[in-house]
Write a new protein. Structure first.
Length: 145
């Protein structure tokens, strides 16, 4: 039997703005303005998949200006994962044997949600709408000779 237990606090997410309000030719560098006194991260008990962070903490910057929001202000959902492997060997003689193996990825079937929508101006802003695969089970047999 073997296993891998993984804990991850969640990656940091950079908040952007739809379009190119700074008029620099690329939308990838556009950041919104941060609202003073508003924390972008919600307490754990207030987080939902429909509102993962405080969307009111960001506003679109005026045209032809750069936003003042810092990089990676929001934390995405974390990960708790358990992968298990169980196997049994049946020996026929010294050089020939059969191995039966069962592997369980995400054995506890705990959801691993994706990052929240990070573009101000889109309907998905602050919304977690993706998840990784659920439990995956695979069974194998190997004959060694």
């Amino acid at each position: 039997m073997g296993g891998i237990l993984t804990f991850n606090s969640g990656r940091r997410v950079n908040i952007g703005v739809q379009g190119d309000p700074a008029n620099v030719g690329t939308a990838s560098s556009a950041r919104p303005n941060a609202v003073p006194g508003q924390s972008p991260n919600l307490p754990g008990e207030e987080r939902t998949l429909a509102r993962w962070f405080n969307t009111a903490a960001f506003v679109r910057q005026p045209n032809f200006t750069f936003g003042n929001a810092g990089r990676n202000l929001v934390q995405a959902p974390g990960l708790r994962n358990l992968d298990l492997a169980m196997y049994k060997v049946f020996r026929f003689d010294e050089s020939r044997y059969l191995q039966l193996r069962g592997e369980f990825f995400n054995a506890s079937n705990t959801p691993f949600f994706g990052a929240p929508g990070n573009t101000l101006g889109l309907a998905t802003f602050g919304l977690v709408n993706s998840a990784a695969d659920a439990r995956i089970v695979q069974i194998a047999a190997k004959f060694y000779f």
